[in-house]
Design a protein around this ligand. Structure first.
Ligand SMILES: [Zn+2]
Length: 285
């Protein structure tokens, strides 16, 4: 089965490098991702644009909009990206730069970092970004759920806060990254109720192969997630993503295969990504 990974990272973020080295034990580099993708038949990865400054580390209020992929100078041909938005830098200059980036073929969506930056998805600060999403017919991905930084603020990343923006901007397709984990049941209601709300299943495990298998086989760790998937009862709204380098790719595929009924694998691992990220069709076919 051909697979699209709709959520991965290829940015020079200290915390990701540390996690790759000490926790997930993956080779966070050009060669590392090319090897893992080839082994698992992943034909395309969608990177989440993100940069950090020297002083602060992520989330960094000083980085510019747009944020891209800067782990290495060369980026694998199998990786496209969602451009990252820093809401502190959405003045005329930032918006102009953002619009220019959206016109590039390898930019397939927009990423908003709820929780890492202290604004709700429905805050008017993001309105010009949504206007650009409409103009270029691009989806908007929201970080939701736990923040991978103690400095994050969880009230902004709760999945229920996505309902209002989904209602206001029906013409935009939104993706709730990480299915709002651990508030997956709240996330499921927002996905269920809004035809333009999807969820990615990335980042639900952080760790190496052993940790992946231990959590996967734990009788209760993922009860909330399984309950939420069954409640939502619409597997065509879910997309496969990894959040690499936080977890190695191959065991994560096995984990998602186990929580999604087999008849929906083609949709979750491939077809729905083509629908939600229309620009990737040009790259793949
Ligand atoms: Zn991520």
């Amino acid at each position: 089965m051909k697979i699209i990974d709709v959520h991965m990272h290829f940015s020079n973020i200290e915390e990701f490098k540390k996690t790759a080295r000490n926790i997930s034990k993956v080779d966070y580099s050009y060669e590392g991702i090319v090897k893992e993708y080839q082994r698992s038949n992943i034909v395309l990865g969608i990177g989440m644009g993100l940069t950090e400054g020297e002083k602060e580390g992520f989330p960094d209020p000083s980085t510019s909009t747009p944020m891209g992929l800067d782990l290495e100078e060369r980026i694998p041909a199998s990786i496209v990206y969602c451009v990252g938005v820093n809401p502190h830098h959405l003045n005329d200059e930032g918006l102009k730069a953002l619009e220019k980036t959206l016109q590039q073929p390898e930019v397939v969506g927009i990423k908003v970092y709820l929780g890492y930056y202290p604004y709700y998805a429905y805050d008017e600060i993001y309105d010009p970004v949504y206007q650009l999403a409409i103009k270029y017919q691009l989806p908007v991905v929201f970080h939701t759920g736990d923040t991978y930084s103690e400095r994050g603020l969880l009230k902004y990343s709760h999945p229920l806060t996505l309902d209002e923006v989904a209602v206001k901007y029906r013409e935009i397709n939104f993706i709730m990254a990480h299915f709002g984990d651990p508030w997956c049941l709240d996330g499921a209601e927002v996905v269920y109720k809004n035809r333009n709300m999807y969820a990615d299943l990335s980042g639900l495990i952080v760790g190496d192969v052993e940790e992946s298998n231990r959590l996967k086989d734990s009788p209760i760790f993922f009860n909330h997630l399984k309950h939420a998937l069954v409640y939502c009862n619409n597997y065509s709204k879910f997309l496969f993503g990894t959040d690499w380098p936080l977890v190695p790719i191959a065991p994560y595929i096995e984990f998602v295969k186990e929580i999604i009924p087999e008849e929906y694998h083609e949709d979750v691992f491939f077809n729905t990504a083509l629908k939600v990220f229309p620009k990737i069709k040009k790259i793949l076919f």
